[in-house]
Design a protein around this ligand. Structure first.
Ligand SMILES: Cc1ncc(COP(=O)(O)O)c(C=O)c1O
Length: 474
């Protein structure tokens, strides 16, 4: 008899029966079983795994039920046209980039963009100019783009064809989207928004503003992250009629010719649920999250970053359907994440200082109560660790050659101390805060070396650095 390592591994995780404060948004299937239609879909789930037989339409030439469902999606979000993505927001970012920009064009990009955006920049041979991110030093967390720097970059790069921004970021922080869109449109720049974490925005007025309703040119959202839809599903929303022909083409380039009907059915269901129950259910979820936030904050050494703090200090917004659980300086968030998993609570992610917990309409009050009890009863001193401050006054190094050109060059690894004056050959990203310090094609200067050495001394995990060595171009 052979082995089934993957199946056994996943089933072992399922048997743990963890409370899900992470993706996917259906929360262990509960999102489907709360309605009769969802239950019927789940009861017949494997039988819904079909191909383009008569009567079920074709994603690449939608004329029937897929067209009807996409139109309902578009109407609900308020777009000109919306698409079902079976390859996640990853494919959505590639479609947006390829249909908006031509080879060699300059674009303005959030330095904290997802790797699919950076990969799109390489594949389309674009020239990126980056916008810095703010790091909040009170909580040691990345707080989205630096608005002052955004305006400066726009003024200095009027020849850029468009901007690509992450809204919200992983922590749920949302910059002022209307201000950004206004400024970009004044300068004839396209606005592409990676709203992977904001598929629920627009369903209730108490959530941050929807990038689709704010009229960004294109917006991609991951249905699976916060809605009742299975992993890998996402929506692409297009607001500008003129873009639709090109988007149709690149949509077919970056989508499988065998799109899963299981995926598509759950995307239809996610929209149906949001449209039918979203308004009322988000009131309840926001109420619950707020109620338990106030309780958890009373526990010594544990804080939750509040919407009021983000509004007051940055004039930004914060998604009220996730927690950034922040530990006092001297305590380690990664250790708390491991502890919570031992207690059957699955969080989304942690860094040295913070844990991110993602809620959806299918989390219950009992689960919030259990989280509160577990935190209250834990021995917080077990999570003590050395404290460090993240660097927030960093500069973006000078670009020497374009990222796609750097990709093609020969590379070697050298000790960090010997790399001053060399061109970087691999993106270098410390976690936290997860924002690149230097990217391929940029010049390594003394300040960058100092920053890397500081993070290494303080045991921060840095992608792209191994045994104190960095990749450079030959
Ligand atoms: C900001 C952001 N954009 C895009 C993606 C890619 O989304 P997907 O996993 O749906 O392909 C992610 C995934 O975590 C993300 O965090």
């Amino acid at each position: 008899m052979s082995k089934l390592p993957l199946v056994e591994g996943v089933l072992k995780y399922v048997r743990e029966d963890n409370i899900s404060f992470s993706m996917p948004g259906h929360k262990n299937g509960r999102g489907f079983f709360t309605t009769l239609k969802g239950k019927e879909l789940m009861d017949n789930f494997i039988n819904c795994d079909i191909t383009e037989v008569d009567g079920v339409d074709n994603l690449h030439k939608a004329e029937g039920i897929i067209k009807e469902s996409s139109e309902l999606l578009s109407k609900f979000y308020g777009s000109e046209k919306s698409y079902f993505l079976v390859n996640g927001s990853t494919s959505g970012n590639l479609i947006m980039i390829f249909s908006s920009f031509n080879e060699g064009e300059k674009i303005i990009v959030d330095r904290n963009c997802h790797k699919s955006v950076f990969n799109g920049i390489i594949m389309r041979k674009l020239k990126p100019v980056y916008i810095k991110n703010i790091i909040d030093t009170e909580y040691n967390a990345p707080f989205s783009i630096d608005m002052e720097h955004f305006f400066k970059v726009i003024q200095e790069n009027k020849d850029a064809k468009g901007i690509i921004l992450t809204y919200p970021n992983y922590y749920g922080v949302c910059f002022d989207i209307e201000k950004v869109i206004k400024e970009a449109q004044k300068n004839n720049m396209k606005v592409l928004i990676d709203s992977a974490h904001g598929a629920h925005f627009g369903a209730n007025d108490n959530l941050p503003k929807s990038a689709v309703k704010a009229k960004a040119d294109m917006v991609v959202v991951s249905a699976h992250k916060t809605l009742a839809s299975v992993t890998q599903t996402a929506f692409l929303h297009v607001n500008n009629k003129e873009d639709i022909d090109k988007v149709n083409f690149y949509f077919s380039v970056f989508s499988s010719t065998s799109p899963s009907y299981l995926f598509m059915c759950t995307m239809d269901y996610a929209r149906y649920y949001l449209e039918s129950y979203g308004e009322k259910d988000y009131d309840n979820l926001i109420y619950l999250a707020d109620k338990y936030r106030k309780r958890i904050e009373k526990i010594d050494h544990i804080n939750i970053i509040s919407r009021e703090y983000v509004r007051k200090n940055y004039d930004y917004d914060l998604d009220p359907t996730r927690y950034i659980l922040n530990l006092d300086k001297g305590y380690n968030g990664n250790l708390l994440l491991d502890y919570l998993r031992e207690k059957s609570i699955q969080c989304e992610m942690s860094d040295t200082f913070n844990l991110v917990l993602i809620f959806s309409l299918f989390n219950t009050e009992e689960e919030f109560q259990y989280l509160y009890n577990t935190l209250k009863e834990c021995d917080i001193f077990k999570f003590k660790a050395n404290s460090i401050e993240l660097v927030n006054n960093y500069h973006i190094p000078k670009e020497q050659i374009l990222p796609y050109e750097a990709m093609e060059k020969r590379k070697r690894r050298v000790r960090i101390s010997e790399a001053v004056g060399c061109i970087c050959g691999e993106n270098v990203i410390p976690y936290p805060p997860g924002i690149p310090i230097i990217m391929m094609g940029e010049m390594i200067d003394k300040d960058i070396i100092n920053m890397l050495e500081y993070y290494i001394e303080n045991h921060i995990n840095i992608l792209g650095i191994d045994e104190n060595k960095i990749t450079i171009l030959e």
